[in-house]
Design a protein around this ligand. Structure first.
Ligand SMILES: C[S@@+](CC[C@H](N)C(=O)[O-])C[C@H]1O[C@@H](n2cnc3c(N)ncnc32)[C@H](O)[C@@H]1O
Length: 500
């Protein structure tokens, strides 16, 4: 894989490339160390894709930086374009830095070793290079989520005004924006979660404030050997803004990746308000989850406890399908309400939830919601509750969740936040932000069809759901391809991965 570009390359280059490969294999064998360092090296085709964009039009000698350069995959490939004397790198792993230097020396033996040693250094990439400016900053910085990130990244994140949970990779992206000259490019591999993760919001805002995403790569399959993490590369041009830039929504970049995941583009009308205007959307958390445990039994006479897995579009399978709650299987999970009220802790919570509402599964192939008309069910974490200000809106709200343009919009906008990238995940806040339709007559018809779908016998429900989806597509945008996409997803078996 390494050095495959030229079968006649000098021995020194081949040996250096072999050393890099041996270093990676060594890291791959020491899995814990690799994970701790975030050292998963970039496939050559992706390196070339990044450099095609980041170094496009750069003259030889234009300075390029990879602040977490590992054994130098980006540096060696960049050196072949701008020259060894122009590439700079840093990494905390001294062995990797030594190999990167050797590989660069092998690329161009006329560049003195001391010069290469000054350009490629053992250092924290978040702290080194202060005051320097490069034509391009590229690379594949470490992905270290909150649990594994205890070192430099964290203090750097807080120093930069980023939240403590910001992934190190996003901190590197943020830092790199300050290291390029006006008109320069930052192109760094990121976990797909950078698209929509709340903690990456300030980083996306900084990108939009200082420049623009001018190109974008992502894959619906993992491309890094040894990790299932999905990745993307936003190519950011800092400073002057080319006219052709697609507008990027700082609240989420998911729409950039939507085409790679087969999610159709929808342009929802705005101005008709949002779900949050009609209802209060709430999520429950640990307190409710653990608080309920002592009161949950397998008993058809109790107050039904509805889990995510029991919610299908316009349908609750409570009592007809087994489910899990708190690591136990149940056929008819229910809450002993009298005992819960006597205990007191969750009494007010239960009263607030036992009202007419919609229950929405936290994630699914489509948005899955069901109406609790009588207000007789309790949600199990992470089910969301949507309580309308006016109970007359229950079916209209259900119809909104069954509208393919809304689901496609949510799928794109919040891509990368679900447990599996194929699933649509919405939080309570995002549910409240879903737009309402602009055609009241079609919406009213959709609401009636949704009501019929929920009350229908199982055999009749698919046709009624399809009719609801058709009408609700009209209620938003006339016709578009989201209807076919939604129908396909509805009829494809879901992979239920949500915790119960
Ligand atoms: C995913 S690897 C990528 C290496 C290289 N960009 C490539 O694609 O070949 C991430 C690298 O970041 C290094 N690293 C982790 N934390 C770092 C930090 N704070 N500063 C510099 N490098 C760091 C690791 O040692 C590892 O070599």
């Amino acid at each position: 894989m390494l050095g495959a570009h030229d079968s006649h390359e000098p021995d020194a280059r081949r040996r250096a490339a072999e050393a890099a490969e041996a270093h990676e294999q060594g890291l791959a064998a020491r899995r814990e160390e690799r994970r701790r360092r975030g050292a998963f090296y970039t496939p050559p085709a992706l390196v070339e894709w990044v450099l095609d964009r980041a170094l496009d039009g750069l003259a030889p000698g234009a300075p390029v930086l990879d602040p977490a350069c590992g054994a130098g995959h980006f540096l060696v490939a960049a050196a072949r374009r701008v020259g060894v004397a122009a590439v700079h790198g840093s990494d905390l792993d001294a062995d990797a830095v030594r190999i990167a230097r050797e590989r660069l020396a092998a690329e161009d033996p006329t560049v003195p070793a001391e010069q290469i040693a000054a350009q490629v250094v053992v250092a924290d990439g978040l702290e080194a290079w202060a005051g320097r400016r490069f034509a391009a900053v590229v690379g594949n910085p470490p992905f270290l989520g909150q649990l594994r990130r205890r070192t430099a990244g964290q203090s750097e994140a807080s120093r930069r005004g980023l939240g403590a949970y910001t992934d190190t990779s996003a901190v590197f992206l943020h830092r790199s924006l300050d290291l390029v000259e006006d008109g320069g490019v930052v192109a760094m591999v990121q976990p797909l979660s950078v698209l929509a993760a709340r903690d990456a919001g300030p980083v996306r805002a900084a990108v939009t404030g200082k420049g623009a995403v001018v190109d974008f790569w992502c894959s619906p399959e993992p491309v890094f050997e040894g990790t299932p993490v999905l990745t993307c590369v936003p190519v950011v041009r800092v400073g002057r803004r080319p006219v052709s830039v697609p507008a990027t929504d700082p609240d989420g970049w998911g729409t950039l990746a939507a085409p790679a995941f087969g999610i159709p583009a929808v342009h929802l009308p705005d101005g008709a308000g949002a779900v949050g205007d009609l209802a209060t959307c709430t999520a429950d958390f640990r307190d409710q989850y653990y608080g309920l445990v002592p009161f949950v039994r397998d008993d058809p006479s109790g107050t039904p406890l509805v889990t995510s897995g029991l919610i299908d579009p316009a349908e609750s399978r409570w009592g007809r399908a087994p489910t899990r709650f708190a690591r136990r299987g149940y056929d008819v999970p229910s809450v002993d309400l009298a005992a819960l009220r006597a205990d007191g802790t969750l009494a007010a919570w239960a009263d607030a939830r036992l009202v007419p509402k919609l229950l929405v599964a936290s994630q699914g192939r489509v948005v899955e919601a069901v109406v609790d008309e009588a207000g007789a069910w309790l949600p199990s974490v992470p089910v969301l509750s949507v309580v309308p200000h006016d109970p007359a809106d229950l079916w209209r709200l259900l119809a909104v969740t069954l509208a393919p343009p809304v689901v496609a919009h949510a799928a794109a906008r919040y891509l990368g936040t679900g447990l599996t990238p194929g699933s649509v995940k919405v939080s309570a806040r995002q549910l409240a932000a879903l737009p309402l339709p602009t055609d009241p007559a079609a919406w009213a018809e959709g609401a009636e069809l949704a009501r019929q779908a929920q009350h229908a016998a199982a055999a009749d429900r698919p046709a009624l759901l399809a009719a609801t989806a058709r009408v609700m597509t009209t209620a938003y945008v006339g016709t578009d391809e989201s209807l076919a996409w939604w129908t396909d997803r509805l009829t494809t078996p879901s992979r239920r991965g949500a915790p119960s």
